[in-house]
Design a protein around this ligand. Structure first.
Ligand code: BTN
Length: 287
């Protein structure tokens, strides 16, 4: 299909838009701004519960690969480990990209969330020229040691069969996106503050989607793990890791081939931790 025809299909494909305005612009404009990308279909909401929930339901209804849900605000945004994720109007990016992992990608499903983190980090570094961009294992993006982006990848199954995944990304764009200090589990920041000027959220969204798609062929090549390790926050520093009821302290060494985090402990030697219920903090944790 030629790029022109694909763009036309994209513009014509229906699209569930609960309001025609987004970020002060027409939602059609969002479609136009994403037309250089192979987005299959778009659902835009001024307000929704959770774009991940919308995406999972859409997968069950037969969404195509690279269908996209974008919301200006979420009332029940989901974070990792059952936490909430605030998305206030006109201040943040909240979207979920639907992926249909191919057979050869299925052993690497857990790497889709670091893939999103690496993509966001690379955009902040290469497009926005920001300094101090890192990834706090497993997949929080930090600028100057403050969290700017959270990622939650969820999957939809029919029995044992994977229907698709919702790669959910939330980026603090303006200062209004930040929850009050007392609600923060980790210091936070936003792109505009770090950049010292306002940011066009459509540009940011398009750049991140494009980078996510570009990293996908590297899911299983080792290049993704290398990029993730290069971007890793607190490397060589003393960290404290809470894992279920255990607390492990040691020096953070890096990410290894299967995505585990290695910590050099004083008493137990090198320990590795896989994804899961893990809280990682620099030690001493200071704001
Ligand atoms: C975290 O850091 O705990 C992960 C936050 C993930 C938030 C995004 S916003 C878009 C998508 N929809 C959701 O409900 N959650 C993710």
């Amino acid at each position: 299909m030629s790029g022109e025809i694909r763009a036309l299909c994209f513009l014509l494909k229906d699209i569930r838009v609960k309001s025609s305005k987004i970020f002060g612009m027409d939602a059609d404009m969002l479609r136009v701004r994403l037309q250089h990308l192979p987005i299959a279909a778009l659902r835009y909401y001024d307000v929704t519960g959770s774009t991940n929930q919308d995406a999972l339901e859409w997968i069950e209804d037969g969404a195509d690969e690279y269908s996209l849900v974008v919301a200006d605000s979420q009332t029940a945004g989901r974070g990792r480990m059952g936490r909430r994720w605030e998305t206030r109007p006109a201040a943040a990016l909240a979207f979920s990209l639907i992926l249909k992992p191919r057979e050869e990608e299925k052993p690497y499903l857990s790497l889709f969330s670091p893939l999103c983190a690496v993509a966001v980090a690379q955009v902040l570094i290469n497009v926005y020229r920001l300094k101090g961009v890192q990834v706090k294992w497993p997949n929080d993006v930090l600028i100057q040691r403050r969290k700017v982006c959270g990622i939650l990848v969820e999957s939809a199954w029919e029995g044992d069969s994977l229907l698709g995944i919702a790669a959910g990304v939330g980026i603090n764009v303006l200062p209004e996106a930040l929850p009050p200090d007392e609600q923060l589990l980790f210091p936070a920041t936003c792109v505009a503050t770090q950049l010292g000027k306002s940011v066009d959220r459509f540009d940011l969204l398009a750049a991140v989607l494009s980078e996510m798609m570009a990293w996908r062929p590297h899911l299983a090549t080792g290049q993704l793990i290398q990029a993730w390790d290069r971007l890793l926050a607190f490397k060589g520093e003393a960290v404290r890791l809470e894992h279920q009821e255990h607390v492990v302290s040691g020096k953070l060494l890096g990410v290894v081939q299967d995505g585990s985090l290695c910590i050099q402990t004083e008493t137990e030697g090198i320990q590795t931790f896989y994804f899961g219920d893990v809280h990682l903090r620099p030690e001493p944790f200071c704001d």
